[in-house]
Ligand binder design. Structure first.
Ligand SMILES: *Cc1c(COP(=O)(O)O)cnc(C)c1O
Length: 344
């Protein structure tokens, strides 16, 4: 079935929220998830004492749907997002949607908004944002017994208007994103609240994003604001930080597999910040931007520039091309990452 597309300039969409037709909401009450329902409202009724508002019982996910050249709608590694959301929920003591429920909810949200899936070749995608929030009232600090699991979608253009072009990072030394035994390894909103002032200060100073260090020793690279970090060493090895306070990026996990396919001998290990000067190439990765080539990193009064700082470097570019062509169904999917969204 082909759907008449929404009247949008799909090729020039920003990476921003836009209203679509429906979102889907499930409620956890009396120890179980309900059957969920579609809503055409952009608002949620919320108790003023909800634990999401006071004690940060909130987590989210982000994934994308693409239209293939055959007109099918596909999602990338949705099972991984389902597992990670369950991990996030469990870590902050919220009810976790089971994997099947997560997938059902995402498919319902996509199917209810098929006309917003950007056409093949537009460079845009349907960005999917699932979230779980504690909705029950509590004044004393404790988990609640009521949760909402909501999925909304929004058609989105590339994360950076400049497209696949190098960005400029600054090593953050004043602010920690996440403590080593904290919640940096799960996708909870509180981590973003903690890092926001650092990101905003970096942007004001002319950088694209910060590079956070580990909070304990302030010596090893953790990740960038909303994205993991990786480098290509002078010997041509894909390296990415190993740390308890990094969000396990599904994009990074996929790039590690692709790097293996490319013979880049990928390795997760602690990366000392001094090593930025030895890397041949660097990149940031996450669902929103897929890969962002890094043009330069500033650390105090020192700075390293990769290549000429303006041109994406070869390995980073090949990783990007390989991953994006699998995601949109243009290349074979040897690792079984892509799922066709069944029509209802
Ligand atoms: C979501 C996120 C990422 C990227 O993860 P993907 O699964 O690749 O989208 C990286 N870092 C942080 C802090 C995140 O929240």
């Amino acid at each position: 079935m082909t759907v008449k597309k929404a009247d949008l300039d799909f090729a020039n969409l920003p990476f921003a929220y836009m209203k679509t037709d429906f979102n889907v909401r499930y409620t956890w009450r009396d120890g179980a998830w309900d059957a969920g329902e579609l809503s055409d409202s952009e608002f949620i009724p919320l108790h003023m004492a909800a634990t999401a508002l006071h004690y940060g019982q909130e987590c989210f996910e982000g994934l994308k749907a693409f239209e293939t050249k055959d007109g099918e709608v596909v999602v990338f590694r949705i099972e991984e997002n389902a597992k990670r959301m369950a991990d996030s929920c469990r870590k902050i003591l919220m009810a976790a949607p089971p994997e099947e429920l997560f997938i059902e909810a995402v498919y319902r949200a996509i199917n209810a908004n098929r006309r917003f899936v950007p056409p093949y070749g537009s460079g845009a995608s349907l960005y999917i944002r699932p979230l779980v929030i504690g909705t029950g009232p509590k004044v004393g600090v404790a988990p609640t017994d009521q949760y909402m699991f909501l999925v909304f979608v929004t058609p989105a253009g590339p994360y950076f208007k400049t497209g696949f072009a190098p960005v400029h990072l600054i090593v953050e030394e004043e602010v920690d994103r996440a403590a080593s035994l904290g919640v940096g390894d799960v996708k909870v909103g509180g981590n973003y609240a903690a890092g926001m002032r650092a990101s905003m200060a970096a942007k004001k100073a002319g950088y694209t994003e910060v590079l956070f260090l580990d909070a304990k020793e302030k010596a090893y690279i953790d990740e960038s604001g909303p994205a993991n970090f990786f480098g290509i060493t002078a010997e041509g090895q894909y390296v990415t930080p190993l740390s308890p306070s990094i969000l396990p990026s599904i994009t990074n996990k996929s790039l590690i597999t692709i790097a293996q396919d490319m013979g880049l001998n990928p390795l997760r290990r602690p990366i000392h910040v001094e090593e930025i000067f030895e890397l041949a190439e660097a990149g940031c990765c996450g669902t929103a931007a897929v890969i962002t080539p890094v043009g330069s990193i500033t650390w105090g009064d020192r700075k390293v520039v990769y290549g000429d700082g303006r041109t994406p470097q070869p390995k980073v570019t090949e990783l990007y091309q390989r991953l994006t062509s699998i995601q949109c169904g243009d290349a074979p999917d040897p690792h079984g990452w892509v799922r066709v969204v069944p029509e209802e």
